[in-house]
Ligand binder design. Structure first.
Ligand SMILES: NC(=O)c1ccc[n+]([C@@H]2O[C@H](COP(=O)([O-])OP(=O)(O)OC[C@H]3O[C@@H](n4cnc5c(N)ncnc54)[C@H](O)[C@@H]3O)[C@@H](O)[C@H]2O)c1
Ligand SMILES: [Fe+2]
Length: 378
């Protein structure tokens, strides 16, 4: 069955952060908890959001870790309750936005967070009681500002997905100016997350032609501008296009993602210091090669369409083009350069097989297939 849904109210423009107070009023948030992280604060980006909130009584939680944890979610939820907040404003990358989504659950639902995780059958337990969220992305990567999912490391160290349409932010404020100060390495790594979303969901077999169109267009924009934005963070047009690619990837991945993300979720749970987008950039070439054999990918000429969007003449050139792009962006050459050890692989594969993205890859991966992908990504 095809399920197609586009729900987020989006303000997308240079300077759009100034609409924050207006959006709070529209959504009905009068006492927000702002969820952010130390890097966003140090970069002066948090202050822009606070300035835009004027005299609203604001509480700030600024301790979101990169790869948010259940402990951070509970600490922020305690602050939310203590200050009688009535909604969340996430200012940051995927980590701050997903942390806010976790708080939106924890502040309004009982019990440990893992009860609500997708693989624990928790999606149906997330009700409309969830606190409202306004998301202000400051990276161009995850697209979490328009997505129904949150990725959080729960107390037993698994990095789990939480999915509900109730978690989709009530408003997204996409202001490319907020990303001007994002350093080159993070621009490249988060940008490759956006590219990975567009590619993976486009390859996925679900019938969702609108999502396919959005993903392919997002890939075109992201691929054409990621290098420019990495080389010159002040390149307004490149920042705008990359922010759109990020948003489009996440609008489209309602189709589901695949083995790139099942591997990077699993590995990111084992070693939270590994950046999600960088891991995806490492896995993409191997997964594209693996998916080239999938019936649906071949029948619908999906790799040919991706190659066209990337300005390549042959589908078989895609894996090498991704590796070349990673090198030009200054990303690591492979998992070894990131400090990943083959001794971890058994645990990575176990987590990948159970991940919520495993089932939507266009070709079912066995443990052996995952092992090959990991070895060829070293
Ligand atoms: N919910 C989803 O749909 C979804 C999709 C993909 C990934 N994710 C998750 O999102 C997380 C990663 O998010 P991310 O890649 O956006 O990185 P991030 O949010 O972890 O941020 C990375 C670093 O960049 C800094 N930073 C952010 N914006 C900045 C700015 N404008 N200027 C200077 N520094 C800035 C932060 O302080 C942080 O140190 C992972 O946990 C991943 O699993 C979620
Ligand atoms: Fe991702």
């Amino acid at each position: 069955m095809a399920f197609i849904n586009y729900v987020t109210h989006i303000q997308f423009d240079f300077g759009a952060v100034r609409l924050l107070a207006q959006e709070c009023q529209r959504v009905g948030i009068t006492r927000p908890l702002v969820v952010t992280d130390p890097g966003v604060k140090a970069a002066g980006v948090l202050q822009k959001a606070l300035d835009a909130l004027g005299d609203l009584p604001v509480t700030v939680f600024d301790s979101t870790p990169s790869n948010p944890t259940e402990a951070a979610v509970h600490a922020a939820a305690a602050l939310y309750k203590q200050h009688h907040c009535d909604g969340l404003i996430a200012v940051g990358g995927g980590s701050a936005i997903d942390c806010a989504k976790g708080v939106a659950i924890a502040a309004t639902h009982e019990g440990p967070l893992k009860m609500y995780a997708t693989i624990e059958g928790g999606s149906a337990k997330i009700t409309e009681a969830v606190a409202p969220i306004i998301a202000v992305p400051t990276t161009s990567g995850t697209g979490s500002e328009v997505a129904r999912g949150a990725i959080i490391i729960v107390q037993d160290h698994r990095k789990l997905g939480f999915h509900s349409w109730h978690l989709v932010p009530k408003a997204a404020i996409c202001d490319p100016e907020l990303t001007y100060g994002l350093p080159p390495m993070l621009t490249a790594a988060t940008g490759m997350d956006a590219v990975a979303h567009c590619m993976e969901t486009f390859m996925s077999a679900a019938f969702n032609p609108p999502a396919d169109g959005i993903a392919l267009d997002g890939l075109t924009r992201g691929w054409a501008h990621i290098e420019r934005a990495t080389r010159n963070g002040q390149d307004a047009e490149a920042r705008r296009q990359l922010m759109s690619a990020s948003m489009q990837g996440a609008m489209a991945f309602q189709k589901g993602l695949g083995c790139v993300h099942s591997l990077s979720h699993s590995l990111g749970g084992i070693s939270p210091r590994l950046h999600h987008g960088t891991l995806n950039a490492m896995f993409l070439p191997a997964v594209v090669r693996f998916n080239a054999q999938a019936d649906s990918v071949q029948r619908e000429q999906r790799l040919e369409k991706m190659a066209h969007a990337m300005g390549l003449s042959r589908a078989s050139d895609i894996p090498a083009a991704i590796r070349d792009m990673n090198a030009r962006l200054g990303l690591p050459a492979g998992l070894t350069a990131m400090g990943v050890e083959p001794a971890w692989f058994a645990q990575v594969i176990d987590g990948a097989l159970k991940d919520h993205c495993h089932g939507t890859n266009p070709r079912t991966a066995s443990a052996h297939d995952y092992e090959e992908m990991l070895h060829s990504s070293l």
